[in-house]
Ligand binder design. Structure first.
Ligand code: ZN
Length: 109
């Protein structure tokens, strides 16, 4: 069973609601059990959301590499390529973040 804190939105798995919310400390009474349909949304979206978060992590790494390449300034084509990649990777990152935000709004998280 999946329980949701009505104060902060934290979800917790278990046969019963936790004594207190692990995020905000709200008492057990503040938890509601998610319906089967609501819980299914959370479970089926879990891996996809993880993939988005992993992509965001790679974006940060690529962004840092681009900045390092720009600072090294080997030649103008390289600097231009790193600048383009830096802009493109920011778009990829923001797109995944927006998708996750959409999922959260639909209970898919
Ligand atoms: Zn909470």
């Amino acid at each position: 069973m999946l329980w949701k804190c009505t104060v902060c939105g934290m979800t917790v798995e278990g046969n019963d609601a936790p004594d207190k919310c692990p995020k905000c400390g709200a008492p057990k009474e503040k938890f509601v059990q998610l319906s089967e349909e609501e819980a299914k949304k959370v479970y089926v979206s879990e891996r996809t959301n993880d993939i988005h978060m992993e992509i965001i992590g790679y974006c940060d790494k690529i962004f840092r590499l681009c900045k390092e390449g720009i600072d090294l300034d080997l030649d103008p084509p390289c600097v231009a390529l790193f600048n383009n990649a830096k802009d493109e990777i920011y778009t990829i990152k923001q797109r995944s973040k927006a998708e996750i935000a959409g999922h959260v709004g639909k209970g898919k998280w």
